[in-house]
Ligand binder design. Structure first.
Ligand code: GLU
Ligand code: MG
Length: 463
């Protein structure tokens, strides 16, 4: 169970952990530990401490302003209903069980932070604690979730802010792996040294676009891994004079960078996503879980598609899952059921949420998906039949007759959908849900007069 407040016992446990971590780091010539959290706009923010200060940081936290909860992607600060004041302070407590020596940043280690108030309570806007709460809630109902985030990114040449692809080989082409051979070797090797279990790495469709997938883990670990993988990709890229973009849309035309989430759920050790008699092999519980997510996709987009660039990516026939429906191995539906191969289905079947992207805060995103799925199970939400075609080819009437949910097409509609969703707002809590909605509206204002090209320019090197 995740502590809701920093008790004396907690502090004692953290001190012991810190001594173990400091000891481990001492053999690696570490001079700084980067303690990160991901803000509500999806950017990873950091404070760093030398190893000698780690125990103090773990036990008493590192001071940080709560104003970061109100940061937009360009570092401007909105004034929200529950965030944006320069007054006050909170504490970042590194989770030292997760400390990793960074292979591509010699001298550096990393640990993700939980955020507490100065009074020792979990901070209401702590995304990592939110995810832990959602995971614990599912577990209390008897379910264990396994999740993994795919990462798509684009590599460009250094030299300016315009995008010049770092490779010219074709989509999925071996030529790209040859062009980027040393970079890719250093990336895979850094991830292996850091203990990240890579499942697959390949060139993607877009210019300079690559993709990496990792093994499924418990939800908080999956989000931590996502943060670690992204910073490793960036660090390795810099050592090869390459610029990395996780922006949902790097250029106004073409495909974007997705950040698909894979989810499976087991009860008493049985995977609910496979081996059942529902369409695609779902079991009844798995079907309700998927139905819960499907029904809440509009509000979920405020979290999973958090930037103006997200809506340039989320267009039909770009494999981004722009239609609010599900399908079996259908890459144009927002939710794709992956039943797996015959013989492996009972354990490998999972659902992939595709309409979300790499600008999303992974902790908020997975937590919100779990909350939506859990509500689907509690309510016994019915799952419509799967869509077997590209929904772009269906008429409006056909789509509505088949239960295809219209997804928000911009930040303002996503913010409104989030606020209209009682399950998501209750799970997030008033402060976090209102701040997310406020930020999406503030980014809508910031980008209102910008052309698609200007939006991609703004977001390209921020994510
Ligand atoms: N790049 C696509 C996206 O924007 C996804 C491609 C794929 O199916 O892996 O989500
Ligand atoms: Mg892909």
């Amino acid at each position: 169970m995740h502590p809701t407040s920093m008790t004396d016992d907690q502090r004692t446990r953290r001190a012991v952990q810190a001594r173990g971590a400091t000891e481990r780091l001492s053999t690696h010539d570490i001079v700084g530990v980067a303690v990160t959290w991901v803000d509500n706009s999806g950017l990873t923010r950091v404070k760093t401490v030398p190893p000698a200060r780690l125990e103090h940081a773990a036990v008493w936290g590192i001071g940080a302003s709560p104003v970061f909860d109100a940061f937009l992607l360009d570092d401007s600060i909105m004034s929200g209903r529950h965030a944006g004041s320069p007054v006050g302070d909170l504490r970042l407590h590194p989770d030292l069980d997760k400390t990793v020596v960074l292979a591509a940043q010699p001298g550096w280690a990393w640990a993700p932070a939980d955020r507490y108030t100065q009074d020792g309570d979990v901070h209401p806007q702590c995304a990592r604690s939110f995810l832990q709460r959602m995971t614990d809630g599912l577990r209390a109902d008897g379910f264990t979730a396994l999740t993994a985030l795919e990462v798509e990114w684009t590599v460009g040449r250094e030299g300016g802010d315009d995008f010049v692809p770092a490779c010219t080989g074709p989509a999925y082409g071996m030529t790209r792996v040859i062009e980027l051979s040393d970079y890719a070797r250093d990336l895979l090797s850094a991830l292996a040294i850091q203990g990240v279990q890579v499942d697959q790495f390949h060139p993607e469709y877009g210019a300079g676009q690559l993709e990496l997938s990792v093994a499924a883990q418990d939800p908080v670990s999956a989000a931590d891994t996502n943060v670690l993988v992204r910073q490793t990709i960036r660090a390795v890229g810099m050592r090869h004079q390459l610029r990395t973009s996780f922006s949902p849309k790097v250029l106004p035309d073409g495909v974007g960078n997705g950040g698909h989430v894979h989810l499976s759920l087991s009860e008493d050790g049985t995977n609910q996503m496979g081996g059942g008699d529902r369409p695609g092999g779902l079991r009844a519980t798995g079907a309700s879980f998927v139905a819960g997510i499907l029904a809440r996709l509009p509000g979920l987009l405020a979290i999973g598609a958090p930037s103006a660039a997200s809506y340039l990516r989320l267009v039909p026939s770009h494999w981004a899952g722009a239609f609010g429906c599900w399908g079996v191995e259908n890459r144009e539906t927002a939710i794709r059921l992956i039943p797996g191969s015959a013989g492996s289905r009972e354990w490998s079947a999972n659902v992939e949420v595709k309409c979300v992207d790499t600008a999303a805060n992974p902790y908020l995103l997975i937590g919100a998906l779990l909350a939506a799925g859990r509500a689907g199970m509690a309510e016994g939400t019915a799952l419509p039949d799967p869509i077997e075609v590209d929904p772009a080819g269906m008429s409006d009437q056909e789509r509505s007759a088949r239960g295809v949910v219209e997804l928000p097409g911009d930040l303002e509609s996503a913010a409104a959908a989030l606020e209209a969703d009682p399950v998501l707002t209750e799970a997030l809590g008033l402060e976090l849900s209102a701040t997310i909605a406020d930020l999406r509206r503030a980014e809508a204002v910031l980008t209102a007069q910008l052309s698609p090209a200007a939006i991609t320019d703004l977001a390209r090197w921020k994510y």
